[in-house]
Design a protein around this ligand. Structure first.
Ligand SMILES: [Fe+2]
Length: 209
């Protein structure tokens, strides 16, 4: 089968700034029948490995290093000898979870990551965190937005290492310039499209979150 997307939801907690919250995370697996990438290894390595199946796991991509998104990174990497990828500007968050185990490879704006006959383009979209990235798959008409863009607005910017004007700049210049029909698969909750969200931008700026 040609390149396609598998989805699972895993559950656990997110902790930052002294608080802890229960969260459900979307985990996205992109590839064909022989190889795949995992986007955001959240919470449950066993469930993710089951979804990967006997395919070769060619990489583990982190949209950012909040602890809910990377909790299964180390066990996945160990189980399948797959490199973990993170933008270096999120090391400040990564080091809180894995102080002695840096990611295998850096992500950089404009980088292209092939898998299963298609390409993922890395878009550096700081704001939710300094090293937040999105992955755009033109062949699938799909953006994996992490916690940068959700159905109904931008990612949260109220906690440490976040900045609202920065996320608005990222969304405006890097994401809303994609084709309006692009499907947006988010780090939490329901999917959306670029076109549906673009219309809301002035409202987000007016409300300030
Ligand atoms: Fe996050």
């Amino acid at each position: 089968m040609a390149a396609h997307i598998d989805h699972l939801v895993t559950s656990g907690t997110f902790s930052l700034d002294g608080g802890t919250w229960e969260v459900d995370n979307n985990v996205w697996i992109v590839g064909d029948d022989t190889e795949c990438l995992v986007i955001d290894p959240a919470h449950d390595a066993e469930a993710i490995l089951a979804a990967v199946g006997d395919r070769k796991l060619v990489g583990i991509l982190c949209t950012h290093a909040h602890d809910d998104h990377i909790g299964a990174a180390a066990p996945l990497q160990a189980a399948r000898n797959a490199p973990t990828h993170l933008h270096p500007d999120d090391m400040v968050l990564w080091d809180r979870v894995y102080p002695d185990a840096p990611p295998s490879r850096p992500l950089d704006d404009g980088q292209v990551i092939p898998v299963g006959g298609i390409d993922l383009q890395v878009l550096h979209t700081p704001g939710h965190s300094p090293g937040a990235v999105c992955f755009y798959a033109p062949a699938l008409g799909t953006l994996f937005s992490g916690d940068t863009l959700f159905h109904g607005g931008p990612g949260a910017t109220g906690r440490s290492f976040s900045d609202f004007p920065t996320i608005i700049e990222s969304i405006s210049t890097k994401l809303l310039t994609l084709p309006p029909e692009t499907v947006v698969l988010t780090g939490h909750g329901e999917p959306t499209t670029i076109g549906a969200e673009a219309a809301q931008l002035p409202d987000w700026i007016a409300r300030g979150h």
